[in-house]
Design a protein around this ligand. Structure first.
Ligand SMILES: [Fe+2]
Length: 471
């Protein structure tokens, strides 16, 4: 018979509940955390925010005064941002009826078209003097993961622009990149974070410490729950841009509209096939880019390791059964205690979890932080273009204050500050067999990196990938 002491928190640990701010629209939250997890987070992460914030505020403000506004983005760079960065995650073949109608004069029915649909930013209400517009960018397929950008539809002005439109085209590109930055950080990236919090909490509370599944997952759970709480529930969060002194709050509008973006990501957008409602994925979602090829290759390595480890757990193991049943109640698409033992489902859901919190999550941050804040703005100070619009002044598209906020948010939150590395991971397995398998896993990760580099794919060094969601 298991006793409370056989569990990490004596069976009184954290548990999911409806998210306090958006009980119906967002993933469940894990709100009541053990004090030890808070102390660990404050010491290793929160403390860094508090010390860097005052130091870098004046530095970035001066930097913004010296280098305000936006830099020119060439068509080649724009193409690269859209098709070969974390923004490639938006590319889908799902042109719905509305899209086909908008682009009817630009579509040759014999060819394949894809779309980068950034409609989700429609919820953002902007501060005075700032602008946001939903956009849709039409892409023509020219090869495997190869696209040509055809035109941009700017929803605020109901205008379609092409590279022949001069200034209006240049301005449209900024709106697309702004939309991409907003949707990346607040619509799609959060899906790597918050739905998985339920698994984090339930694993800690409901699995015995000696269980192989506990030992496999526990190595990937540190820092995450306090981090998520700080983002979602602290009034100091970057999502709350009230108060001039919150110099790290970079978004172009107030909390309400910004927070709605998380709802759009989780609930999906009606009649827009680019934004389906969240379901726990059984493997990394398809990305039509080498960016996706890179992510998938790491996934295969993780999958093999997880599959070997889980073979040690007998079918219908009652702890796994309960664990799945608990999670199933909180995460749409997560298998229940019966389904988890069908086919490869168990391996798939666990491999996805580990891939998500390591490679999937870190690469998003790493790649986003490489973007130039003067080419991929979060705030824009000229209205969206119509045909013939001239850019009034590139230097005035972002103020020093805008640049300061964005750079500070990049340093504190968007850029990956790795506390514990994936490649240094130690699993607390008890059998020599599994310990050997874990050692082999590290070698396989290194081999994966080597093979990717040989193919010319080097989006992030393995050494820079974190073990858990910690930023
Ligand atoms: Fe993140």
């Amino acid at each position: 018979m298991m006793k409370p002491k056989d569990f990490l928190y004596g069976r009184k640990g954290p548990w999911p509940q409806p998210c306090p701010d958006h009980p119906y629209g967002e993933s469940p939250g894990v709100v009541h955390l053990p004090i030890g997890e808070w102390i660990d987070w404050w010491a290793n992460i929160g403390f860094r925010y508090m010390t860097q914030w005052p130091v870098f505020t004046p530095i970035y403000f001066i930097n913004g005064l010296l280098n305000p506004g936006c830099k020119e983005v060439s068509d080649q760079e724009f193409h690269n941002y859209l098709t070969n960065s974390m923004m490639a995650r938006f590319i889908t073949p799902q042109l719905d009826e509305i899209d086909r109608d908008i682009f009817k004069e630009y579509i040759d029915p014999t060819l394949d078209y894809f779309i980068t649909d950034l409609e989700a930013v429609r919820t953002v209400k902007t501060f005075k003097g700032q602008f946001v517009s939903p956009t849709k960018t039409l892409l023509k397929k020219t090869g495997t993961n190869q696209f040509e950008i055809i035109c941009i539809y700017v929803d605020e002005t109901k205008t379609i622009l092409t590279h022949n439109d001069g200034d209006a085209w240049d301005l449209a590109k900024y709106f697309v990149l702004q939309g991409g930055a907003i949707c990346a950080t607040l619509v799609v990236h959060p899906l790597l974070h918050f739905p998985l919090d339920s698994i984090n909490a339930i694993t800690k509370t409901a699995l015995p410490k000696k269980h192989i599944l506990f030992k496999l997952l526990y190595a990937h759970l540190r820092f995450t729950l306090p981090l998520e709480n700080a983002v979602l529930n602290f009034k100091m969060s970057l999502l709350h841009p009230d108060g001039w002194w919150k110099t790290y709050a970079p978004y172009p509008g107030p909390y309400d509209g910004i927070r709605e973006l998380l709802v759009e990501g989780y609930k999906g957008i009606k009649n827009n096939d680019s934004y389906p409602p969240y379901e726990y994925p059984r493997r990394p979602p398809k990305v039509y880019s080498n960016y996706g090829v890179f992510l998938d290759k790491y996934y295969e390595t993780i999958y093999q390791f997880v599959d070997d480890v889980l073979k040690e757990i007998p079918k219908n193991d009652k702890h796994v059964k309960n664990w799945a049943n608990y999670i199933h109640q909180w995460i749409p698409g997560f298998p229940d205690g019966e389904e988890i033992f069908e086919g490869k489902t168990f391996t798939e859901v666990v491999a996805y979890f580990i891939w998500d919190v390591t490679v999937g999550h870190t690469l998003d941050h790493y790649n986003f932080a490489e973007m130039d804040v003067r080419k991929v703005p979060l705030r824009l100070r000229q209205a969206p273009p119509e045909k013939g619009t001239k850019i009034k002044s590139r230097k005035k598209l972002q103020t020093a204050n805008d640049i300061m906020r964005y750079k500070l948010a990049m340093r504190l939150f968007f850029g990956p500050t790795v506390v514990t590395k994936f490649v240094d991971i130690k699993y607390d397995f008890s059998s020599a067999h599994l310990l050997n398998r874990a050692d082999q896993f590290i070698e396989e990760l290194k081999q994966t990196e080597k093979e990717l580099n040989e193919e010319g794919l080097d989006y992030i060094p393995l050494d820079k990938i974190a073990r858990t969601i910690q930023f």
